[in-house]
Design a binder for this molecule. Structure first.
Ligand code: HEM
Ligand SMILES: *[C@@H]1O[C@H](CO)[C@@H](O)[C@H](O)[C@H]1NC(C)=O
Ligand SMILES: *[C@@H]1O[C@H](CO)[C@@H](O)[C@H](O)[C@H]1NC(C)=O
Ligand SMILES: *[C@@H]1O[C@H](CO)[C@@H](O)[C@H](O)[C@H]1NC(C)=O
Ligand SMILES: *[C@@H]1O[C@H](CO)[C@@H](O)[C@H](O)[C@H]1NC(C)=O
Length: 503
């Protein structure tokens, strides 16, 4: 039954795509350009291209097979666009860093409208680099150190809440709540619970519309999402005017955006601020939640690994007498846990690829990338290439005891648009892991694993007599940042009884 509804969904999606991109495709000239020296590869059927293959099998497998067949640079045709896929570190660097100005960010307009058309990641050039400086400065290590006690509070109260429930919970979902709270903290500092609630509720409606078919008919998910998006603007506008009245001197991202002036002394409009606030929240939430869920899977898969992570964290916990907040130095001194995070990000490659569009005809490595074509640096292929990472399917945190070869490790991207939130992401993951492994017990019980969905159950027991189970299930979204319609919710699973903990 599920399979049937799934293929109906795929079919619907394809038809929708066909209608949607039909006009844009007519204008594209890829058939004429095939006489030029394009990269090798197959373009699949007219119009549909290879979209069907993409949606009927694991994209990582599809891309990996193509790489085997055609080499590191190959062409294809997916989602209505001719594309050049790049699976070598040098090519990814060329597009994202050295010749970044020849390749602009590209998102479907419907998704841009939902997140906010003025959000920095849709831009190139001046507007982008100025805004990026603002975002970067409020997410830089100096700014983040001050947030440690608050992130710790969020981590502890989240863990206690899950534990109290004493029932099966969905890891990805709860991690999303945590990463949302941390995102709010970085954006607004301490924010009124009322606003948080309103933002959270309206934002989740926006999210539901993100991967739905973009039509503005009342009743559709996309329509509801657009309505909720406008409500988000209202809420932000209230927060901003309250902030201006109080004249508080916060050092959060909102404050930086409010104080922003370009070289002519012009400030940002409220819309521009709102779009960037929502944009950052969007970029921060699913990615971090996904990474945390994968990390929990990997460490609960391997009891020995878990013990070493626990040992490292327990030393720190005990040196704090189990009480004092973590210090910045301590978060920088979790080398083993840190390598586990790096290896989890490599293995899971949450953002498996990104998109850009050639703004002129570009020649790379003897191949032509025609103007208007999409280019896709394939992070996952690079992360899973045995030339750069020996035995790539094997989880081995110790491989990061030596630095990876240049440009081969890009969980946070590279170049002009590389993730400005990477330090915050790593910090909140370290803090959550610290409290999780020092106070909670893990079980490793994977009950089901597929290409896109992995369900795991973790159970824990605190040092206190209170007994509880935390069950985790999670999914990998192929590209949570870019969104592809390929999301699947994991089903809740029955709880597993745990034997009592010895301490
Ligand atoms: C483990 C968690 C995360 C991962 C794996 C991740 C990954 C990425 C990647 C790969 C990009 C570049 C996309 C591209 O080049 O097309 C990116 C961009 C971005 N990320 Fe993250 N990210 C994470 C967490 C965060 C957090 C916590 C924040 C903010 C608090 C954030 C904010 C952003 C922003 C604003 C951009 C766009 C930057 C620009 O266009 O200049 N990310 N992220
Ligand atoms: C969305 O925000 C508005 C405020 O603009 C609020 O009244 C409403 O309750 C929120 N929606 C939901 C579903 O919470
Ligand atoms: C930008 O400046 C104008 C004029 O000084 C002011 O009216 C407006 O409220 C400012 N915008 C924001 C978002 O602060
Ligand atoms: C870092 O950790 C090691 C042991 O793992 C410890 O000996 C050292 O004192 C720690 N350094 C700091 C700055 O906490
Ligand atoms: C948690 O659930 C188990 C199994 O249902 C039950 O035996 C136990 O008493 C519960 N613990 C708490 C603190 O509610």
């Amino acid at each position: 039954m599920e399979n049937i509804s799934c293929s109906i969904y795929v079919l619907f999606f394809l038809i929708a795509l066909l209608l949607y991109y039909h006009s844009s495709l007519k204008k594209s000239k890829w058939t004429n350009l095939q006489k030029a020296k394009l990269p090798p590869g197959s373009m699949g059927w007219p119009y549909i291209g290879e979209t069907l293959q993409l949606y009927s099998q694991d994209p990582s497998v599809l891309f990996a097979n193509k790489q085997k067949r055609y080499g590191d640079i190959f062409k294809t045709h997916i989602l209505g666009y001719p594309c050049v896929m790049l699976a070598s570190p040098e090519a990814a660097r060329f597009v994202l860093l050295t010749y970044a100005h020849l390749f602009k960010p590209t998102f479907p307009k419907s998704k841009e409208r939902l997140i906010g058309p003025s959000a920095l990641f849709f831009y190139q050039g001046n507007y982008h680099s100025r805004l990026r400086k603002v975002v970067q400065s409020s997410l830089a290590p100096e700014a983040l150190r001050k947030l440690i006690p608050e992130i710790e509070d969020l981590a502890i109260s989240a863990l206690e809440l899950w534990a109290e429930k004493n029932q099966t919970i969905n890891t990805f979902r709860v991690m999303k709540k945590f990463s949302f709270e941390v995102g709010i903290l970085a954006l607004f500092g301490q924010l009124d619970a009322k606003y948080k609630e309103e933002l959270n509720k309206n934002y989740s409606i926006v999210e539901k519309g993100y991967n739905s078919f973009p039509t503005n008919l009342p009743g559709t998910a996309y329509y509801k999402a657009m309505v909720a998006r406008r409500k988000l603007n209202q809420i932000l506008s209230e927060i901003i005017s309250e902030r201006k009245e109080k004249k508080t001197v916060e050092k959060d991202l909102l404050c930086h955006l409010l104080n922003f002036k370009d070289e002519k002394g012009k400030n940002l409009t409220e819309y521009q601020i709102a779009d960037n606030v929502i944009g950052v929240l969007f970029a921060a939430q699913d990615t971090t939640a996904s990474a945390l869920t994968w990390i929990l899977k990997y460490i609960s898969d391997d009891q020995k690994l878990l013990e070493t992570v626990k040992a490292e964290q327990r030393t720190i916990y005990e040196s704090n007498g189990g009480k004092k907040p973590l210090t910045w130095a301590q978060t920088r001194n979790m080398s083993l846990t840190y390598r586990v995070i790096l290896e989890s990000l490599r293995m899971s490659s949450i953002i498996s690829f990104t998109f850009r569009e050639a703004v002129v005809d570009v020649e790379y490595d003897g191949y032509l990338i025609p103007k208007g074509w999409k280019v896709m640096p394939l992070f996952r292929n690079i992360h899973h290439n045995s030339e750069f990472f020996a035995d790539p399917q094997n989880f081995d945190a110790s491989r990061f005891e030596v630095a990876p070869k240049p440009n081969t490790y890009m969980p946070f991207g590279n170049g002009a648009h590389a993730c400005p939130g990477n330090e915050l992401a790593k910090l909140e993951m370290l803090i959550l892991i610290h409290h999780l492994v020092t106070k909670f017990r893990f079980d490793n019980d994977i009950i089901f694993a597929s290409k896109f969905i992995t369900y795991i159950i973790l159970s824990g027991k605190s040092k206190f007599p209170k007994e509880y189970n935390i069950a985790h299930s999670q999914y990998l979204s192929m590209d949570s940042l870019l969104g592809s319609g390929r999301k699947q919710e994991a089903k809740e699973t029955p709880r597993k009884q745990m034997p009592p903990d010895k301490n």
